[in-house]
Design a binder for this molecule. Sequence first.
Ligand SMILES: NC(=O)c1ccc[n+]([C@@H]2O[C@H](COP(=O)([O-])OP(=O)(O)OC[C@H]3O[C@@H](n4cnc5c(N)ncnc54)[C@H](O)[C@@H]3O)[C@@H](O)[C@H]2O)c1
Length: 317
Amino acid sequence: MKRVLVTGCLGQIGSELVDRLRKDLGNSNVVATDIRMPQVVKENEIFEILDVMDLDKMRRLAEKYQVDTLIHLAALLSAVAEEKPQMAWNLNMTGLVNALEVAREFDLKFFTPSSIGAFGPDTPKDNTSQDTIQRPTTMYGVTKVAGELLCDYYHTKYGVDTRGVRFPGLISYTTLPGGGTTDYAVDIYYSAIKEGKYTCFIDRGTAMDMMYMPDAIDAIVQLMNADPNRLVHRNAFNISAMSFDPEEIKQSIQKVMPEFEMDYEVDPVRQGIANSWSNSLDTTCAQEEWGFSPKYDLDDMTKDMLVKLQEKLTEKV
Ligand SMILES: NC(=O)c1ccc[n+]([C@@H]2O[C@H](COP(=O)([O-])OP(=O)(O)OC[C@H]3O[C@@H](n4cnc5c(N)ncnc54)[C@H](O)[C@@H]3O)[C@@H](O)[C@H]2O)c1
């Protein structure tokens, strides 16, 4: 991975991944793209408008910048995809096929994230294995399972070096999440700092896998640098750093802010999606095949989130 093109780079993951890649590889080796303009483009940084539905433009950019790696992030997330299922199918599948075609034509290494949304109600819920039943009941999940299969297909049929992870809910302070079911675990920190209380849309007792963004970014870089001969699996590895329900994250915040309060107003759509997902993942394959090893547990993450978010929100005032 020496020169990388990233799609959907202004989202929750892309905004932090692009910063990391620019530090690791240098500004001239990172081609950041999105369907919309960022607020600022600094001198020496490369940004291009790219709608991932536009195959020709994606091709032209891969050729223009002579990239060797494509990281494809543009997609509709779980809650938005349930509101607009046809649009989710079109964007998540056509965008992915276009990106895979460009990777095939230009012999690029390829990464795209799957999700815990690729599991469904029939999947064993606790310590869910790498290879298990995947019959999701959401459009997001349907596109994620199809995407995993398609990435494997491009690897076996065309030899494209495709790699992916099943991300759990990602928690971060730089960019707000784009409409996922686990967004409550980000909102809760903003509300804790701004109002000292939070109304949670996911019910108590609903455990889901989560991870702090620095660990997620490390995981992408580590997997992309992994020795291909060690990869038995490819699309996509179970990864997770913690599993908690809303009460546990509340208690973690209360260790730092004892006065913090939380009540519940459950959103039936997002609760239904959460109920269909696993409670906790088995990440053994990722550990064994490429050394996955997250650093943050729930309390470490809470401490860091509250400090960093406080700084960010104070700067804005
Ligand atoms: N954030 C999470 O918690 C999480 C968890 C599991 C998997 N994922 C997956 O990771 C990937 C990135 O997620 P994210 O959280 O950064 O998403 P996000 O919603 O925050 O960002 C998506 C970006 O894609 C851009 N985009 C939308 N339509 C586009 C188009 N037609 N062409 C180009 N760009 C377009 C948007 O402008 C946005 O900047 C997705 O595949 C998502 O399913 C995310």
